[in-house]
Design a protein around this ligand. Structure first.
Ligand SMILES: Cc1ncc(COP(=O)(O)O)c(C=O)c1O
Length: 401
């Protein structure tokens, strides 16, 4: 290797050494089975608390069958981008299903299907916001929202997490500028599990004439009647709303969608580069997601949400008995704040030894000093799975006192 080539590699190697020194190296686990509560991870039987498969649908027989049926109807790949030959009947049907299922917050809703939530967020923000826009973003928003705002080149003001007074003041102060305004928030915050003050956000968006983009990645399928999502849970309606739901979490498959008024969706189709310049996802996947929407809205879905609610209650009680700091969360995301990176990793490793997979979340995903275990619950868990976790946390909590 030449000296100039070596220099390139040395920069990366130093960067990796620095990541190690700060206890921030991330490692992937390899799963040998379907995603469910009980899984084989790196060849070992484990109880998984790491997925976002909140309703336990990822391994559902009906969805496996729908995926196979979709492959037999439409083949393996879409063959092109949505605007150039890749938009199949399965995608079109799914968009109709999604608009009907979760578009009740706006008149004449329409939905647009994306390959991932990350892409959907890049698309919405870079298309609705631009150089002349002022974006107001919650301090704990997901990375994909932050990146979408960056891509838009809009000016951004970050308001303290869920602080509506601060947001009101910021919006008020920006009134003099004739810029477009856009507020953006997670509904359920992915690393804390708390829910944004959506009612107040809608009121502020209407008061100041701003768009309100809500990312319901962790609410769709779980919250609201029949799992229709966070906006349905609080019966919110407004033409200012633009909704992003993801389909690889509670829906158990893959992809995401934007639901909004006809005009917003048509604008995205014409202008959203992350929609236009990429190959459409396999139609079979869209076919399976349609089956999943059917399940989510069914009695089976209701039973799963009911069971999940009881698991959440049990977990809240369990975490309060440890010596660490549970985050006040009423959703399937139940974080336990440990503090330092090394201590969090050691605890995750001790749980791992006991056959319990609970991921350690560290900066930059969460603020420094708030490293945590993120316990993610699924309707696929049984009470006995929680009992195993309870016992392990109880023992470890005493050991490390
Ligand atoms: C709040 C939030 N938004 C968006 C995404 C991205 O969705 P996807 O995994 O479908 O890209 C995620 C998680 O991955 C998320 O937690």
């Amino acid at each position: 290797m030449s000296d100039t080539s070596k220099a390139l590699y040395e920069t990366l190697q130093q960067g990796l050494a620095d990541i190690d020194a700060r206890g921030l190296r991330r490692r992937r686990r390899t799963i040998d089975s379907a995603c469910s509560a009980h899984m084989t991870v790196d060849g070992r039987a484990m109880i998984g608390f790491a997925s976002n498969d909140y309703l336990g649908l990822a391994a559902h027989e009906a969805l496996r069958e729908a995926l196979a049926e979709g492959a037999s109807l439409y083949g393996a790949g879409s063959g092109g981008s949505h605007l150039l030959g890749g938009h199949s009947r399965a995608h079109a049907q799914l968009e109709d299903d999604l608009a009907a299922f979760s578009g009740g917050f706006v008149d004449n809703p329409r939905a647009l299907y994306f390959s991932t939530g990350y892409m959907a967020n890049l698309a919405v923000l870079s298309t609705l916001a631009g150089r002349g826009t002022m974006v107001f973003s919650d301090a704990l928003n997901h990375a994909s929202l932050i990146d979408g705002v960056r891509l838009s080149r809009a000016q951004v003001q970050i308001y303290p997490h869920a602080d509506m007074e601060a947001l009101d003041a910021m919006l008020d102060a920006s009134q003099a500028d004739a810029t477009t305004k856009l507020i953006v928030t997670d509904t359920v915050f992915s690393m804390d599990g708390d829910i944004a003050p959506l009612q107040s956000l809608v009121e502020l968006a209407e008061k100041y004439g701003a768009w309100l983009v809500v990312d319901d990645a962790h609410g769709f399928g779980v919250l609201g009647p029949q799992g229709r999502g966070a906006l349905a849970q609080f019966a919110l309606r407004s033409p200012h709303l633009v909704y992003v739901g993801t389909l690889g979490k509670a829906a158990g498959v893959s992809g995401a969608f934007v639901a909004a008024s006809e005009t917003v969706i048509e604008w995205l189709i014409q202008r959203a580069r992350p929609y236009i310049f990429t190959t459409a996802s396999p139609p079979a996947v869209a076919h399976a997601v349609s089956a999943s929407i059917g399940l989510i809205g069914s009695e089976d879905g209701d039973a799963r949400r009911k069971h999940l609610a009881s698991l959440i209650e049990t977990t809240r009680g369990m975490l309060k008995r440890t010596r660490w700091l549970p985050v006040e969360s009423k959703t399937a995301v139940q974080p336990l704040v440990i503090g330092g990176n090394d201590e969090t990793l050691a605890l995750a490793a001790a749980l791992d030894k006991r056959g319990l997979w609970v991921p350690a979340i560290r900066p930059p995903t969460v603020p420094a000093g708030t490293s945590r275990l993120r316990i993610s619950l699924s309707a696929a868990h049984g009470d006995d799975d929680l009992a195993r976790l309870d016992e392990a946390l109880g023992t470890l909590s005493k050991e490390t006192t």
